[in-house]
Design a binder for this molecule. Structure first.
Ligand SMILES: [Fe+2]
Length: 236
């Protein structure tokens, strides 16, 4: 058996979508699919002859609208998966910390990693961890809305750092064109938490981020709470 692994990129929101599949059984999962690129993703799934089993969200995104529901409409055997702490009405699976999902011979393990939002999950598949917006390459997610907490994020990243050093880190975003990192690299060089920064200093750094709100937050969050099944046009 071998793993089909296709990182994909959506340039408006600098979001990575990850398609993974078992090359023999063709069972597939997709992580953090984006509305703008759903035709590309559907095309690739069909071209490779994959059987989409799970449509997975690392969290309720504030910066883009998910294509979970449109993908489920297209591949109606697929199940939408999100962490159990999220108030999302359309999910088929509210996954818990430590729970496994199978696709072919491969196993995805959920890790609860709150802090960027209260419902954030990371997902481990073999030597890869998909960290959403908890751990970014040389950075981390902001903690100033959706139940965010720098205190919790510190503990979550320490939990991610217990994975083997050689584990590849695939985040939900990168704004500088980087595509992959590793646990040892982020332990050493992450500008928010690398080099054994303590919790107090980490919280101070997160509090000092001073970021403006994502342009689409008032549309994206309510739409993503229904898995992108409707586009909310008024602020709510
Ligand atoms: Fe996010």
């Amino acid at each position: 058996m071998s793993l089909i692994f296709r990182p994909l990129f959506e340039k408006q929101s600098s979001t990575y979508t990850y398609l993974l599949a078992d090359s023999q059984s063709k069972e597939a999962i997709i992580i953090d699919a984006v509305s703008e690129t759903k035709q590309r993703d559907i095309g690739l799934i069909e071209e490779l002859g994959l059987n989409l089993k799970y449509i997975i969200e690392t969290h309720v995104h504030a910066d883009h609208i998910t294509s979970s529901c449109p993908l489920k409409d297209k591949f109606n055997q697929a199940q939408i998966v999100i962490g159990e702490a999220n108030s999302v009405v359309c999910a088929d699976v509210l996954i818990k910390d430590g729970e496994n999902l199978q696709f072919g011979e491969f196993t995805l393990t959920a890790l609860s990693t709150p802090g960027h939002t209260n419902g954030c999950m990371s997902f481990v598949v073999g030597d890869k961890v998909f960290t959403g917006d908890a751990l970014l390459i040389r950075s981390c997610g902001r903690c100033d809305f959706q139940g965010g907490s720098a205190d919790k994020l510190f503990d979550s990243i320490q939990k991610i750092f217990t994975l083997p050093d050689e584990t590849y880190v695939y985040p939900a975003h990168d704004y500088g064109g980087r595509t992959v990192s590793s646990i040892w690299e982020e332990k050493a060089f992450n500008e928010m938490i690398g080099g054994n920064v303590d919790k107090q200093e980490f919280v101070r750094r997160v509090d000092a981020m001073e970021l403006s709100l994502p342009a689409k937050i008032h549309v994206a969050v309510p739409s993503n709470q229904v898995c992108g099944s409707r586009i909310v046009t008024s602020k709510s």
